[in-house]
Structures are given as C-alpha cells and as structure tokens.
Write a protein that binds this ligand. Structure first.
Ligand SMILES: [Zn+2]
Length: 300
C-alpha cells in the first residue's frame, strides 16, 4: 500500500468515525413520562411529545434532522404500542419540523394553515420534493382528533413566537405541549418576520392558560406545571412593557439595551446556535424594541 494512499485511508476512516459519532450523539434521545400516556423526548431541537393510544402513537414535533425523525418514530412505536398515526408540527422552524421526512408511512401531518404557508414561503427549498411529509391537514383555529380512545385537540391561541404556532392538548391526560410559545427558563426566539409578536404574546398565553391541563411540555427546557407557564407569561408581559416604554421615550436600540432592567428572567439560560442565532437578554430586548418602534415588521 502506498504511503499517501494509506494516509488518505486513515483520514477517511477518521472522518467516518467522527460523522458516525456525531450522528449517534445527535440522534440520542432522552425520554421521560410526563403524565399518564404522554412522554417527552429531548434531543437536538425542540421537545417532542409522544402520546400512546390503543391504536398507535401520536407525535408532536420532529426535531432537526430526518435521522432524528426516524429515531423518534422508532421510540414512539415502542412507547405508543404501534405505528405512528399522526404527527403535528407546532410551527415551521427547522428544529421542530425537519425530522418529518423520517416519518415515512405516518398518514396524517397536522399544522395551522399559517405554518404551512411559512414552510412553503420561508423554507421552500427544504420542503420541495417527495417524501418530505409536509402537513396535509391544516386548520385556522381548532382541530380535534380521536385516536384509540384519546382526544387530541390542536389550538391556535394567537400570535407570539410566530403568527401560526399551535398548542396541543392531550385532553384525557391533562398535558399540554405548548411548542415555542413557551421556553421554560430560557430566553425565547421571537420571529417578528413570521408574524411573531412580543405585544400579543402574554394575551395569547392567557388564552392557553384557560385550557384544562396540569402538566406542560415547553418547546425548549424542562417539563413543568401551570405555575411554570404563568411565570413565563409574566416575563413576556414585563419584556413588552419595557420595550414599549423605551420606544415611547424615543430611545435608540443602544440606549434601550443599556437602560432596560428586567426582573423576571432570574436564572434564564442563553441558547446559542453559532453564527446563526443567540437567544439571550439582548436578543429579546432588541426584538421588543424593534416591534414597539416599528423598526421590524412581519414579512408579507
Ligand atoms: Zn421556534
């Protein structure tokens, strides 16, 4: 074997091992029972809910990559006692929907009409072609499914994270998947360009809090209870109040960032996707100021 070739082979093998290890790491899923027949899966991307029924599983959100979707599907089939009957996408972001192609065979994919619109306009390249598992059932305000004796109620409660996020109520188990309308103890992403709104977020969560549930799965962070969701609602109200006050006083963004004092974000974690997005205090204050001052508005 020539020396150069052997070196190349070693490099190729190392690369294969690295990619394999990365894939293994990324497809690793943590899971816990939240309540009754509802489980939460955590990995790289948004939290996933799996409902077990006598006729198979229902899955909410699919994380970031197709191979994660496959891993979620396999685990859901184990936990849910049969094939996946339906998946729901809480919104269009890639860390909640790009696992969809891993769900070959799932008959129904549910999202709001706005989410489908955002997928087709803001993320069109990804959804082009066969087998992408684009939502095939859409609704405006409410959609209910009955599978294996369980009631799955998908509701659009109003603007917040985008203008199309749904929440899912597992009626019998009294569990809610709140999607990215709820970041538990983390600074949230606020997608103003896709119709998101700091101004309306707290009122949207007030409508969510009218639903009958005890446990909540957030889009990111740990599962919690109603008090956990209410605390985040109060933080979003405080954030809007501060952003609006700064804009009304005519402050620049720089001054706003320097002067704003938030109190309800004690212990909040920062989330970062290098080069893409950093979800921290400055980010959320910027978004509140941008909306309040009209510096950023939704894309058509
Ligand atoms: Zn999101």
């Amino acid at each position: 074997m020539k020396k150069g070739f052997r070196a190349l082979l070693v490099v190729a093998l190392l690369a294969a091992v690295t990619v394999g290890a990365l894939r293994w790491k990324l497809s690793g899923l943590e899971h816990e029972r939240v309540s009754g027949d509802v489980h939460m899966l955590q990995g790289l991307g948004g939290n996933v809910a799996v409902l077990a029924t006598s006729e198979g599983a229902v899955v909410v959100d699919t994380m970031t990559f197709a191979f994660q979707g496959e891993a979620i599907r396999e685990l859901a089939e184990e936990l849910g006692g049969g094939p996946v009957q339906a998946i729901l996408n809480t919104h269009y972001h890639l860390d909640h929907s790009h696992g969809n192609p891993g769900f070959d065979g799932a008959p129904e994919v549910v999202a709001t009409a706005r989410t489908l619109h955002h997928m087709l306009t803001r993320d069109a390249d990804f959804w082009e072609g066969d087998g992408r598992k684009l939502p095939n059932t859409t609704f405006e305000t409410r959609h209910e499914m009955n599978i294996g004796g369980k009631t799955i109620r998908a509701i659009y409660p109003g603007r917040g994270h985008t203008d199309g996020d749904l929440v899912v109520l597992f009626v019998e188990d009294r569990v809610l998947h709140a999607g990215d309308l709820f970041f538990n103890k983390r600074y949230p992403n606020i997608d103003l360009e896709a119709g998101g709104s700091v101004r309306e977020w707290a009122a949207t969560l007030d409508r969510v809090l009218e639903l009958n549930f005890d446990r909540v799965i957030p889009g990111h962070g740990e599962a919690t209870d109603r008090a956990g969701l209410r605390a985040f609602r109060d933080f979003m109200a405080e954030l809007w109040e501060q952003g609006q006050r700064a804009a009304a006083a005519g402050w620049t963004l720089k001054k706003t960032l320097a002067m704003t004092r938030l109190e309800l974000d004690q212990g909040y974690d920062t989330m970062e996707i290098p080069l893409l997005l950093k979800l921290d205090r400055d980010f959320v204050v910027s978004r509140a100021w941008q909306e309040a001052s009209g510096a950023v508005t939704a894309d058509p």
